[in-house]
Design a protein around this ligand. Structure first.
Ligand code: UN1
Length: 478
C-alpha cells in the first residue's frame, strides 16, 4: 500500500506537491510513501500554531495531558502489528524488531502519562525566618524535535511524550527515509485528543531542520543524529539562546575478558553489533578481547555471524534486515575497505549481497586484528560491521575502551565481580552494560553519553523533566 503523507499543522493536513518518496530498503520496487517536501514556510506555520496553542496547553490540568498520552499509548499498542509492519517496511529492521519498537513507543507514552501527574517540585525552609521557598517546574514553550530514521517511532515518542506531558507544544521533523511511520504516530496523537496546534509535523529535508533550529519562535531543540549536523544544531541554538539537547553517535566498546562465558560473550557481540543491522548509536562496534580467550571468541563470533540470515525485513526467517539506504550501504562498505587497507582481516562478510529482491543487503562483517587508533575503531560506521582488538589484560582493555571521542554506551563480559565493578566505575560512558550488549535500553531510565556522544541534559525516563521543563523558585513571606 502506498501512503500519501502530508504535514500536520494546527490539527490539519497540509499538502503540497508530493516531491519526495520513501522506499522499502528490502525491496526497492516498493514505494512506501510519497510526501510533500516542506521548508521554511511550513515551519513558520507550524511554529505559529504551536505558539498559539501553548498557553491553553500549558495551563491544562496535568490529568488532561496524562489522559491524552495514555490514550495514545493504548492506540499504538492496539495497532502494534500494523505499525510494526509499516516500520519494518520503511526502515528495514526485522518484524520482531519493528513491532518491539512500536511497543516501546506505546510504553513511553504511558510512562509519560504517569510523569505528567508526578510532583516535580519541592518545598524548603528558607534560610531567613518567616519565609518559605518552593520550586516548581514550568513548561518551556515550543520544542522543535529533529529525529533520526533508525528508531523512527521510539525516538519521536521519547522526545514528544515528555514535551507534551510537561505542558509544551511541539514541531517535529522526522528523518527523510522514514516519514510514514512518524506520520502514523502524529495521527495517533491527534486521534488521542492532542488539541490543534499542540503537536505539529513538518516533513522534509535539511531545509526544515535548519528552519527549526533558526526559528525565533522555538524555545528548545532536541536532536538525535550525526555529530556533524549536531554541531550545527548546537551552534544555531546557542546563537539565539534556545535550550538544546543532542544525542549523536557512539563507537561503543564491548570488552570480553578471559573469564567470560563464551556463549554469553558471542550473544552480546552478535546482538550488539548486528541486530537492527548495526544501525544503532548504541551498537557494539569495537570488540576488545583479552588474549587468553581471543582466538576462540573471534572464531565463534565469525561463525555465528556467518550463520545469520540476511533478508527481507518482513520475512519471518530474516534475522538481519538491509541497510536503510544506498548511501548507508556504501558507507558501510567503504569502512570495510578502510579497515582492510589498514591491515584488518575480514573474517566474514564485507560484501553486498544480491538476493531475489532488490535491496540494500550486506552480510554481517567481522574484521579481526585491528589496532585501536585505526579509523575503523574511531569512527562510527552505523552498519553491521564489528572490529576486534586483541589486548593483554583487563587494564589494557579499559584503557583502549576509554579512548576516542565518543562515550555513549560500553559493555563488559566477565565472570569477575571485581572487574565488572571496576569497569562500571571507570569507563567513560553514559551507559554501562555488564554481561549485556551495549544496545537495548529501558525507557524509564536516563539515556545519554559523555564527551562527543551527547550534549545537554539526559533524555528519557525520570531525567526528561530536566530538559522539557524549567524550574521556578518562589519565595513567600506573609
Ligand atoms: C537502544 O539501544 O535500545 O539512535 C536505543 C540510537 C539511540 C537509541 C538506541 N538513540 O540508536
Amino acid at each position: 500500500m502506498l501512503e500519501a503523507l502530508s504535514h500536520l499543522i494546527n490539527g490539519e493536513k497540509v499538502g503540497g506537491e508530493s516531491s519526495g518518496q520513501s522506499l522499502n530498503p528490502s525491496n526497492l520496487d516498493d514505494v512506501v510513501a510519497r510526501y510533500p517536501k516542506g521548508g521554511a514556510a511550513e515551519v513558520d506555520r507550524a511554529v505559529d500554531a504551536a505558539r498559539s496553542a501553548s498557553p491553553a496547553w500549558s495551563e491544562a490540568s496535568p490529568e488532561v495531558r496524562s489522559d491524552v498520552l495514555d490514550k495514545a499509548g493504548s492506540l499504538i499498542m492496539n495497532r502494534a502489528k500494523e505499525l510494526g509492519t509499516l516500520l519494518s517496511r520503511e526502515e528495514g529492521k526485522t518484524l520482531p524488531e519493528g513491532t518491539g519498537e512500536v511497543m516501546r513507543a506505546a510504553r513511553i507514552c504511558k510512562y509519560f502519562a504517569g510523569e505528567a501527574l508526578r510532583r516535580h517540585g519541592q518545598t524548603l525552609e528558607s534560610t531567613r525566618p518567616g519565609i518559605d521557598v518552593e520550586t516548581y517546574r514550568e513548561p518551556v514553550g515550543v520544542f522543535g524535535l529533529i529525529t533520526p530514521w533508525n528508531f523512527p517511532i521510539a525516538i519521536p515518542a521519547w522526545k514528544s511524550a515528555p514535551a507534551l506531558a510537561f505542558g509544551n507544544t511541539v514541531v517535529l521533523k522526522p528523518a527523510t527515509p522514514t516519514p510514514a511511520i512518524a506520520h502514523a504516530f502524529a495521527e495517533i496523537l491527534i486521534e488521542a485528543g492532542v488539541p490543534p496546534g499542540v503537536f505539529n509535523l513538518v516533513i522534509g529535508e535539511g531545509d526544515v531542520g535548519r528552519a527549526i533550529v533558526n526559528h525565533a519562535g522555538i524555545d528548545g531543540i532536541s536532536f538525535t543524529g550525526s555529530q556533524s549536523v549536531g554541531a550545527s544544531v548546537a551552534e544555531g541554538a546557542a546563537k539565539r539562546q534556545a535550550r538544546v539537547q543532542l544525542e549523536m553517535g557512539g563507537k561503543n566498546p564491548l570488552v570480553v575478558l578471559d573469564d567470560a562465558d563464551i556463549d554469553r560473550a558471542v550473544m552480546c557481540a552478535i546482538d550488539g553489533a548486528f541486530y537492527g543491522t548495526g544501525q544503532r548509536c548504541t551498537a557494539s562496534s569495537r570488540i576488545i578481547v583479552t588474549e587468553g580467550i581471543h582466538d576462540r571468541f573471534v572464531e565463534a563470533l565469525a561463525e555465528k555471524a556467518r550463520s545469520l540470515r540476511v533478508g527481507d525485513a518482513l520475512d519471518p526467517q530474516t534475522q538481519i534486515g538491509p541497510a536503510v539506504s544506498e548511501q548507508q550501504l556504501e558507507q558501510n562498505l567503504h569502512y570495510v575497505e578502510i579497515a582492510r587497507n589498514e591491515g584488518g582481516r575480514v573474517l566474514t562478510g564485507g560484501e553486498p549481497l544480491t538476493l531475489d529482491k532488490r535491496g540494500w543487503y550486506m552480510a554481517p562483517t567481522v574484521v579481526a586484528d585491528t589496532q585501536p587508533a585505526q579509523r575503523i575503531n574511531c569512527e562510527e560506521v552505523f552498519g553491521p560491521v564489528a572490529s576486534t582488538v586483541k589486548v593483554r589484560d583487563y587494564e589494557e582493555a579499559l584503557d583502549i575502551a576509554n579512548r576516542g571521542q565518543f562515550g555513549l554506551s560500553a559493555g563488559i563480559v566477565t565472570g569477575s565481580l571485581k572487574y565488572a565493578r571496576h569497569f562500571r566505575r571507570n569507563i567513560r560512558a553514559g551507559m554501562v552494560m555488564i554481561n549485556l550488549p551495549t544496545a537495548g535500553v529501558d525507557y524509564h531510565v536516563p539515556f545519554g553519553g559523555t564527551r562527543k556522544s551527547s550534549y545537554g541534559a539526559r533524555e528519557q525516563g525520570f531525567a526528561a523533566v530536566e530538559f522539557y521543563s524549567q524550574t521556578k523558585t518562589a519565595y513567600i513571606w506573609s
